[in-house]
Design a protein around this ligand. Structure first.
Ligand code: ADP
Ligand code: MG
Length: 255
């Protein structure tokens, strides 16, 4: 790769995440083998592939929720290793949004957003609250700040989960099928929030089968099957002319 003379495409040295020859096993089962991926600053990647292909495992390894067995993962210049004692130093920089919203049910919406910035970033209560309200406003849910998660719809809860992750001011946001547990009428509000985030310049890796979303924001679509990356392309190319049979089969099933 070479440095681009103009434009806002990142140069390789600006990678937020570098994954090289990644291997992850569960017992005798190899869930990921020889996965290579780098995510440039500001880049938006959509990760897709059949169920069981290793998408969640890959992003869980990047967040160090799962420990890898081979290869390297470097996040914001720091290599993730077994010996790593300060996992929080990685989690601070990596925001994660799951299929199930994982909000703390006993905390109000605003308190859900204040907790980690106070505990991990050392913000005062007042600072954390100000930041939380600002980001809840951004996802257009500040009027619900004093409610509890159980009082909100699924789409609203997922937008809170996005705001909560943003309160840590992460360098990258990882999304693992953020809309697949939602009722259809709530999918759009969450995707709209993600599109806005993308337009603000956030670096994002999104596991999703929402192909309209992929076409709209992805710089690259990465297709996985059976624990490896099989194909990568810009969305237009990937959807119009996938180069592998496996990607063709997959697209045939979801579109
Ligand atoms: P995807 O997100 O693409 O559907 P996953 O990353 O969840 O796929 O899973 C990839 C493979 O690894 C699957 O075969 C799954 O059964 C297996 N796997 C994932 N997590 C575990 C685990 N904790 N223990 C054993 N096998 C697992
Ligand atoms: Mg998954």
């Amino acid at each position: 790769m070479h440095q681009l003379a103009a434009g806002n495409k990142p140069e390789p040295s600006a990678s937020i995440v570098v994954v090289e020859k990644l291997v992850k096993r569960f017992g005798h089962f190899t869930a990921l083998s020889d996965v290579n991926l780098s995510v440039g600053a500001g880049e938006k990647i959509v990760l897709c592939g059949p169920s069981g292909s290793g998408k969640s495992t890959l992003i869980r390894c990047i967040n160090h929720i799962e420990k890898h067995d081979g290869g390297r993962i470097v996040v914001d210049g720091v290599e993730l290793t077994d010996r790593m004692t300060d996992v929080n130093s990685i989690r601070r920089e990596v925001g994660m949004v799951f299929q199930s919203f994982n909000l703390f049910p006993h905390l109000s919406i605003v308190e859900n957003c204040m907790l980690a910035p106070m505990k991990v970033r050392g913000l005062s209560r007042a600072e954390a609250q100000e930041r939380a309200i600002g980001l809840l406003r951004k996802v257009r849910i500040h009027d619900q700040a004093d409610k509890y998660p159980g009082q909100l719809s699924g789409g609203q809860q997922q937008r809170v989960a996005i705001a909560r992750a943003l309160c840590m001011q992460p360098k990258i946001m990882l999304f693992d099928e953020p809309t697949s547990a939602l009722d259809p009428e709530m999918v759009k509000e969450v995707l709209d929030t993600m599109v806005e985030l993308a337009r603000d310049g956030m670096t994002m890796v999104c596991v999703t089968h929402e192909m309209g979303f992929a076409r709209e924001i992805a710089d690259r679509v990465v297709f996985m099957d059976r624990g490896t990356i099989v194909e990568e392309a810009d969305p237009e190319t990937f959807f119009r002319a996938p180069s592998t049979e496996r990607a063709k089969d997959f697209l045939g099933q979801i579109i």
